[in-house]
Design a protein around this ligand. Structure first.
Ligand SMILES: Nc1ncnc2c1ncn2[C@@H]1O[C@H](COP(=O)(O)OP(=O)(O)OP(=O)(O)O)[C@@H](O)[C@H]1O
Length: 408
C-alpha cells in the first residue's frame, strides 16, 4: 500500500507541478496582456495628447500668422463639380482629381489626384453666415488692437466679390458688411466697460499700379493723384484720399454703395475693369479707455484682389497686356512678401508693388491675416484652380511671427 500511495502522491505531485507551470504561464500571459493593454492605453493617450498639443501649438502659432480658407463656388446650374472632391468627414481637405484618358484606347484611363489642406475648406453649399462665423473672432480682434487683413484670391468669376461683399441687405451679405456690423455692435458693448471708439473708413482701388479713391465725390476732371506715404511711426497713409469718419453701420453701407457706384462708372468706360483691379476697404479703429488709461489703435483691412488668371500671351496685347503684367506683378509680389516674412528675411520687398506697400501694416509680425482662396468648379477652370490652390498652400505653409495688439 505504501508503495501505491507513494506512486499516487508522486502522480499528484506531477499534476500539481504541471498545474503550477500552467498557472505561471497563464500569469505570464496575463501580465503580457496587462502590459499591452496598459501600453496601448498609454500609446493612445500619447497620440491624443500629441494631437491636442499640435493643435494648440498650431493655434498659438497661427495667432499671428496667415490662415487660409478655401471656398468653392457653386456651379451655375447648381450641379456637382466633376473634379473637386471634399471629404464628408473633414472640412480641411480638398482634392482635385484629373482623369487622363488613354489616347490609344489600349490602356485604362488614369486618375491623378492633387490633395491640399487648409485651415478650413467651404464647399459650394456653405452660406455667407457659416463663412463669416469662422472669421468673426478675427474681426473681433481688430477691436482689441490687432491689425487684421482679410483678402480674397482667385481667378475672375471664382466668387471673390461674392465672399467679400456679397449681395446687399440680406442673408447673402458678405464679409465686409458683416464685419462692419460686428465691429459697431461690439464697440457699443465695450462702451459699457468705459471704451470709446472712433472709426475712419477709406476705400481705394489699385488699377495698373495707380490708386483711385472709390469714395471720391468731386468732379471727374478734378480727380487728384495719390501717393502712398509712410510716416515716421510706420503708419501708411494715402495722399488726397477720402478718409471718412463713421460712427454706425448705415454710414459704412452708404460708403460701400458709393464705392460700387464709382467702380461701375469706371467699369462702363472700361469693360471688366473691376476684375482687373484690387479693391481695398480699410477701417481705422482708435479706442480709448480713460478710466483704465489704455489706448488701442488698429486697422481692419478687407481686400478683393484682381483675378489671378495667368497671362495668355497670344490674346493679351496693348492695354490688356499692361494690366495683366501689373496684376501678375502685384500678386506674385504678395507671395514674395509673405514668403520673405515667413523666412524672417531682413529685407521685405513691400515697396515692389502698390498692393503690398499699402498692406504693409497688415502683413507681418504685428497683424493677423486671413486669405480666402476662391475657386471655380467648372472643368475648364482646372488649370487655374490648381494654380490658385498651389499659391494658397504656399501661403498656408508660412509662419509669420505672433501678432501683438497695439495697446499702450
Ligand atoms: N458662394 C456663392 N453662392 C452663390 N453664388 C455665388 C457664390 N460665389 C459666387 N457666386 C456668383 O458667381 C458669380 C461670380 O462671382 P464673383 O463676381 O464674386 O467672382 P469674382 O471672383 O469676384 O470675379 P471678378 O474677378 O470678376 O470680380 C456672381 O454672379 C456671384 O453672385
Amino acid at each position: 500500500h505504501a508503495w501505491d500511495l507513494k506512486g499516487k502522491v508522486s502522480d499528484l505531485e506531477d499534476k500539481i507541478r504541471s498545474y503550477q507551470t500552467r498557472v505561471k504561464s497563464v500569469n505570464q500571459e496575463n501580465e503580457a496582456l496587462k502590459g499591452s493593454v496598459a501600453e496601448n492605453i498609454l500609446y493612445h493617450s500619447i497620440i491624443v495628447l500629441q494631437n491636442v498639443f499640435a493643435n494648440l501649438s498650431m493655434a498659438f502659432l497661427k495667432q499671428g500668422n496667415i490662415r487660409v480658407f478655401c471656398r468653392v463656388r457653386p456651379t451655375v446650374d447648381g450641379g456637382l463639380s466633376k473634379h473637386i472632391q471634399l471629404p464628408a468627414t473633414d472640412n480641411k481637405m480638398i482634392t482635385l482629381a484629373k482623369t487622363e484618358e488613354s489616347h490609344t484606347g489600349k490602356t485604362t484611363d488614369t486618375q491623378k489626384n492633387y490633395n491640399f489642406s487648409f485651415d478650413r475648406v467651404f464647399g459650394a453649399k456653405a452660406s455667407q453666415q457659416e463663412v463669416f462665423e469662422e472669421i468673426s473672432l478675427l474681426v473681433q480682434s481688430a477691436l482689441d488692437g490687432y491689425n487684421v487683413c482679410c483678402f480674397a484670391y482667385g481667378q475672375t468669376g471664382s466668387g471673390k466679390t461674392y465672399t467679400m461683399e456679397g449681395e446687399e441687405f440680406n442673408e447673402n451679405r458678405g464679409v465686409i458688411p458683416r464685419a462692419v456690423q460686428q465691429i459697431f455692435k461690439a464697440g457699443e458693448k465695450l462702451g459699457s466697460q468705459g471704451w470709446e471708439f472712433s472709426f475712419t473708413a477709406s476705400f481705394v482701388e489699385i488699377y495698373n499700379e495707380s490708386l483711385r479713391d472709390l469714395l471720391y465725390t468731386g468732379k471727374a476732371s478734378k480727380r487728384p493723384e495719390h501717393e502712398i506715404r509712410k510716416s515716421a511711426n510706420n503708419e501708411v497713409t494715402i495722399t488726397n484720399l477720402t478718409y471718412e469718419k463713421v460712427s454706425n453701420e448705415d454710414q459704412v453701407l452708404g460708403l460701400i454703395a458709393l464705392a460700387n457706384q464709382n467702380r461701375s462708372t469706371a467699369q462702363t468706360a472700361q469693360n471688366d475693369r473691376s476684375s482687373r483691379s484690387h479693391s481695398v476697404f480699410q477701417l481705422d479703429i482708435e479706442g480709448i479707455n480713460a478710466g483704465r488709461d489704455v489706448k488701442c489703435k488698429s486697422t481692419l483691412c478687407l481686400v478683393d484682389l484682381a483675378g489671378s488668371e495667368r497671362l495668355v500671351k497670344s490674346q493679351s496685347q496693348g492695354e490688356r497686356f499692361k494690366e495683366m503684367t501689373a496684376i501678375n506683378g502685384s500678386l506674385s509680389n504678395l507671395g514674395i512678401v509673405i514668403t520673405a516674412l515667413a523666412n524672417k528675411e531682413n529685407y521685405i520687398p513691400y515697396r515692389n508693388s502698390k498692393l503690398t506697400y499699402l498692406l504693409q501694416g497688415c502683413l507681418g509680425g504685428n497683424s493677423k491675416t486671413l486669405m480666402f482662396v476662391n475657386i471655380a468648379p467648372e472643368t475648364d477652370s482646372f488649370g487655374e484652380t490648381l494654380n490658385s490652390l498651389r499659391f494658397a498652400s504656399k501661403v498656408n505653409d508660412c509662419v509669420i511671427g505672433t501678432a501683438s495688439a497695439n495697446r499702450k
